[in-house]
Design a protein around this ligand. Structure first.
Ligand SMILES: Nc1ncnc2c1ncn2[C@@H]1O[C@H](COP(=O)(O)OP(=O)(O)OP(=O)(O)O)[C@@H](O)[C@H]1O
Length: 346
């Protein structure tokens, strides 16, 4: 969908922001650009919709050289979300979302109906539409920013640190929402972030840049974590690289057995067989239990197996009823296997 072919950007003051970049961003996938401050991520993103033009090289969107397209028309056909949402403060939320449809000449009624539909899509209540941006929380404003970018249903979305200004809990919620939306919409997304965990969570591929606009490695999160190209990438991914890899594997394949009876710890269930707590045999100590489902990650399982006094993870079905328990040893074994597979088989 988006192809960079030896693209170079040198600003008039002599700064090279992007150095001979060749990169493909596949249709319907999320490509995350990461790297330290000033390494050229934003410039790369902005060259896609011609907010910045390259010094040399070619960028194609849908097979067409962007320099052969009218810049304003190109920009309207590509969704753009930035940090702090970039909403117009004096326009209502609904009118903000309707911006591009109105520019495209949709007519007020149709544009507003589309905006109202999108409010729901991004998880906001209908009455938020009548408010002004400053009357919303930072997280809600970011949702409006995403809705505005989606308004004319563009095939491509550019997102420049869209969740950088919100607290970690809201950030995780916004990431979840984006993943949910992406499952439905399959947009071609280019996403800039400083945050490696965000990149691993959201990316189908991750491109790591270093200062001077050099692309160092572009690979799937699993490949990157298992086989960083060099020390720079390994350092950038951080000391918890192994644990991050476990966040990509789920529990489904790990065996489970019946909950233990007569040991030091008993799993207490409610009348619907939902785990409530771990209770010591003497009965005077209880520990909280955090049951996991097949779709939860091996990292969550490892964490829970360490927190659980019995060293066991309670597993539940979609209704929350107990299906069995898994031991710390089984989780370790699968974790080691996941590492082995990722580092040789990719
Ligand atoms: N208009 C401009 N004129 C001159 N230099 C610029 C211009 N825009 C960006 N730069 C420089 O180009 C380099 C890359 O900037 P860019 O904003 O693309 O980096 P970034 O990786 O997105 O950084 P950050 O993570 O801090 O946002 C930096 O050295 C920056 O100072």
């Amino acid at each position: 969908m988006i192809q960079f072919d030896t693209v170079h950007k040198r600003f008039p003051n002599g700064t090279t922001a992007v150095h001979d970049l060749s990169l493909e961003m596949p249709e319907g996938g999320v490509t995350v650009l990461v790297g330290s401050s000033g390494c050229g991520k934003t410039t790369t993103l902005r060259m896609i919709n011609r907010m910045v033009d390259p010094t040399s090289g070619t960028i194609r969107v849908g097979g067409k050289d962007v320099l052969e397209r009218d810049a304003a028309e190109l920009r309207r056909s590509i969704g753009y979300v930035i940090q702090q949402s970039g909403l117009f403060p004096h326009r209502t939320v609904l009118d903000n979302i309707a911006t591009v449809p109105l520019l495209l000449g949709w007519g007020r009624r149709k544009a507003r109906a589309r905006a109202a539909e999108l409010l729901e899509t991004v998880g906001l209540a209908a009455d938020a539409g009548k408010r002004y941006p400053h009357q919303l929380s930072g997280g809600q404003q970011q949702r409006v920013g995403v809705a505005r970018a989606l308004a004319a249903d563009p095939p491509v979305l550019l997102m420049d640190e869209p969740f950088g200004a919100v607290d970690p809990v809201v950030r995780t919620q916004l990431q979840d929402e984006l993943l949910r939306l992406q499952k439905e919409l399959s947009k071609t997304i280019v996403f800039v972030t400083h945050d490696v965990d965000e990149a691993v969570r959201l990316g189908d591929q991750i491109a790591i840049f270093r200062t001077g606009g050099h692309l160092v490695q572009c690979a799937s999160p699993a490949e990157l974590l298992a086989r960083p190209a060099d020390d720079f990438v390994a350092d950038f991914l951080g000391a918890e690289r192994g644990l991050k890899l476990l966040s990509l594997e789920n529990l489904a394949e790990v065996p489970q057995g019946p909950a233990p009876e007569g040991g030091a710890w008993t799993l207490v269930l409610d009348e619907d067989r939902r785990p409530r707590s771990w209770r010591s045999t003497s009965g005077d100590t209880t520990f909280p239990v955090r049951p996991l489902r097949d779709g939860d990650s091996l990292l969550a399982a490892l964490n829970e197996s360490i927190a659980s006094p019995a060293g066991l993870v309670a597993r539940v079905d979609a209704q929350g009823a107990l299906t069995g328990v898994t031991s710390r040893d089984d989780i370790h074994e699968h974790a080691a296997r996941a590492h082995g597979t990722a580092s040789v088989a990719i």
